[in-house]
Design a binder for this molecule. Structure first.
Ligand SMILES: [Zn+2]
Length: 478
């Protein structure tokens, strides 16, 4: 994610980042019964996610028409129980449930503002695969990002504009606004997303797609995300859009969806995408998915998000300036760092944002002969040092702050200067290969670094990740 108003968030993080993520369980009451167990034990959003089952696949089918705010939908979840389950939780808010079944039998249901407790007719045995089907309808509503304490907090989840367009940006816990699920990046799954809309309206989503005629005057846009995806990266953008089909020189398909009135400038804004994919593939390892693309909103939402295979950009994030190109590089780099290799705990968000931010500098260094990455990193460290608090475990309010983005990038640059280019870029490639489509932690990253560097860098990482003082950058070896 990139937010234009990063400085506002930075100030908040200075107030609120005092290690809220340790062992307190956060301010929300945890789920308490023995049969349901707390979520994946992530104190950042203790009300989200469940650790007692593992979702393999979501099938989300929904019908929408721009002249009405309501949807009708069916989500089918195929999951495997990790223990015997008399009941289980799904994250879901706001919409009316018409029917719920588990393995085709009606199931009991109770709900709170943020989740469902489902009671199958028969308990599910540990290790068994079970299918939960939920039919629902209503008007989805975005929710405030719980980590954004500003007067006008970022809204996450399903968002409908006044003229009936829809976009979904959910990081961190907005997925519950449009489909029931296990809303935590530790439980990734494949997706089919089918959206039935009137002719003339396009649907951009994750993966690869085939629009098929539906009932008269309507089309079903069927998107398939064949590689595992975290729930916050699932998206739909429903609007009149014009598609651009292209490919990188090395052959990665690119399909972009742009608002018709912004088409020409958007084509220009994303003209470097193919070159970026091919360059990043040489230094990060092969592009992890079947295709890539960007979807541009007409709206000035102030941020961009790395929704898997289809990054979303507010129209105010684009243009011909350096910031805009950096944002394009940032969201693309997230396809490796955050999307393919996902965090297991929100406290490790620097692994996403540090790499995506550093990738901006790597791209600039690649294309601009006058760019001096050592100088730019030194400026980054000096210019904003007072904001560069600990990147690891920064607290919910510090997740999207300069600490995780800029100090995360500085940590990687300091590591590169410490172990040298050859070992650093070997590490990056082994990291994206070893944890491809999976989850990893800061401890995993340190362990792999130590192995590849052939030295114990535990103290180095402690100084860079866990203290509020920014260490000096090592003397340049580049
Ligand atoms: Zn980001």
């Amino acid at each position: 994610m990139v937010r234009r108003a990063l400085t506002g968030l930075v100030l908040i993080s200075l107030v609120g980042c005092a290690g809220s993520g340790s062992s307190s369980g956060g301010s929300h009451p945890s789920r308490s019964t023995t049969t349901t167990a707390p979520g994946p034990s992530d104190p950042y959003y203790s009300e989200a996610g469940a650790g007692v089952y593992d979702v393999g696949h979501y099938d989300i089918g929904l019908r929408y028409s721009p002249d009405q705010p309501a949807i009708t939908a069916t989500t089918t979840i195929t999951a495997t129980a990790k223990r015997n389950l008399a009941e289980f939780h799904l994250d879901f808010s706001g919409l009316t449930i018409d029917q719920i079944t588990v393995d085709a039998a009606a199931a009991g249901l109770s709900r709170t503002r943020t989740d469902l407790t489902v009671r199958p007719r028969r308990a599910i045995a540990s290790g068994a695969t079970f299918v939960t089907k939920i039919r629902y309808h209503g008007v989805p509503r975005a929710i405030a990002d719980p980590g954004d304490a500003s007067d006008d907090p970022t809204r996450i989840g399903w968002t409908r504009t006044r003229d009936g367009r829809v976009y979904v940006v959910s990081e961190p816990i907005g997925a519950r606004t449009w489909f029931p699920g296990n809303d935590h990046p530790a439980d990734k799954a494949t997706f089919d997303i089918r959206v039935d809309v009137p002719d003339g309206v396009s649907v951009a989503s994750n993966g690869t797609f085939a629009p098929t005629p539906g009932s008269p005057g309507r089309y079903t846009w069927h998107w398939t995300m064949a590689q595992p995806m975290a729930t916050y990266l699932a998206t739909v953008v429903i609007a009149p859009m014009r598609e651009e089909q292209t490919a990188s020189a090395a052959g990665v398909p690119i399909r972009n969806f742009f608002p018709p009135r912004l088409y020409d400038e958007s084509v220009t804004d994303f003209a470097t995408t193919g070159a970026m994919i091919d360059y990043f593939s040489t230094i990060f390892g092969p592009y992890p998915f079947d295709a890539y693309g960007a979807v541009v909103l007409r709206d000035e939402i102030g941020y961009a998000l790395e929704t898997q295979t289809m990054s979303i950009f507010g129209s105010d994030m684009l243009g011909t300036d350096q910031d805009a190109e950096d944002t394009v590089a940032h969201e693309l780099a997230h396809q490796w760092f955050g999307d393919s290799v996902s965090i297991r705990r929100w406290a490790d968000i620097w692994l996403n944002e540090g790499f995506a931010t550093y990738a901006q500098y790597l791209w600039d260094d690649h294309v601009d002969p006058a760019f001096d990455i050592n100088l730019e990193m030194a400026k980054l460290r000096a210019g904003d040092e007072r904001h560069l608090t600990r990147p690891h475990n920064p607290g919910v309010e510090g997740l999207f702050s300069a600490a995780t983005y800029e100090r995360g990038a500085l940590t990687l640059h300091a590591l590169r200067l410490t172990i040298g280019d050859a070992k650093f870029f070997e590490l990056v490639k082994v990291w994206t290969a070893k944890y491809r489509y999976a989850n990893a932690t800061t401890a995993d990253f340190i362990a792999l670094t130590n192995e590849i560097a052939g030295q114990d860098l535990t103290d180095f990482f402690h100084r860079w990740l866990d203290t509020n003082q920014v260490p000096p950058l090592p003397k340049s070896l580049l």
